[in-house]
Design a protein around this ligand. Structure first.
Ligand SMILES: CC(C)(COP(=O)(O)OP(=O)(O)OC[C@H]1O[C@@H](n2cnc3c(N)ncnc32)[C@H](O)[C@@H]1OP(=O)(O)O)[C@@H](O)C(=O)NCCC(=O)NCCS
Length: 185
């Protein structure tokens, strides 16, 4: 796999990481968050979980989710432009799914532009499905958002697919993977 030979590590995002994250964000998102948004999220939102993927000494990707009851809602995922298409998005999304298990979620959700084929493809790879639409959600062009949901993340089929993807990643900081099959009560 393409990631072999690279030193990749996932770590919680800190406020010192925000300038590097913003540089990526400004480059890859049509509507980047305002600069204080990440500071506010890291300082004040106890439901928020943000992470950075380090390649050697540089941040190459980042992700975020909100844990709200049984739902883990993906708020962002971004890969540095020059690093896109080499599997890092898959690593970060696997991390988001694994975090959702660790946080005790049952379902995951996210919004995506219907025109964002790489992202939709990535989410479908993990078994996400389009279950809704938010009209005029994106403020730059009034585009609708598609709302994608996972199945119950503990369902054996969803989990088996996730474990199949995650087992080969070999990334430091991904965390302990869930046991296959239904959770033991
Ligand atoms: C969406 C994004 C996170 C994907 O990360 P990435 O590192 O480029 O994706 P990966 O290389 O891990 O590829 C993941 C899957 O998407 C596919 N993919 C990658 N680029 C693609 C493209 N341009 N078109 C179609 N599929 C694509 C890959 O083939 C791979 O599928 P596979 O395993 O079946 O081969 C990244 O492109 C990005 O940061 N985009 C800008 C920000 C953004 O749109 N974020 C999502 C908002 S909802």
């Amino acid at each position: 796999m393409i990631l072999i030979g690279q030193r990749l590590a996932i770590k919680p995002m800190t406020e010192e990481d925000i300038p590097a994250v913003r540089t990526i964000e400004l480059d890859v998102f049509p509507t980047p968050w305002p600069s204080n948004a990440y500071h506010r999220e890291l300082r004040a939102n106890r439901s928020a979980h943000y992470s950075c993927l380090w390649r050697d000494a540089e941040i190459a990707a980042y992700s975020g989710l909100w844990s709200v009851g049984e739902e883990a809602h993906v708020t962002t995922i971004g890969v540095r432009r020059g690093d896109q298409g080499h599997g890092l998005g898959k690593v970060m999304f696997a991390h988001l799914v694994n975090q959702s298990y660790a946080l005790g979620a049952n379902f995951m959700s996210l919004e995506v532009r219907p025109t964002n084929e790489p992202a939709i493809h990535l989410y479908e790879t993990f078994g996400f499905k389009v279950l809704g639409r938010r009209r005029g959600y994106y403020t730059d062009n009034g585009e609708d958002a598609m709302v994608m949901w996972s199945d119950l993340i503990h369902a054996p089929r969803f989990k088996a697919r996730f474990l199949e993807i995650a087992k080969d990643l070999g990334v430091e900081g991904l965390g302990e993977l869930p046991e296959p099959g239904w959770p033991r009560i």
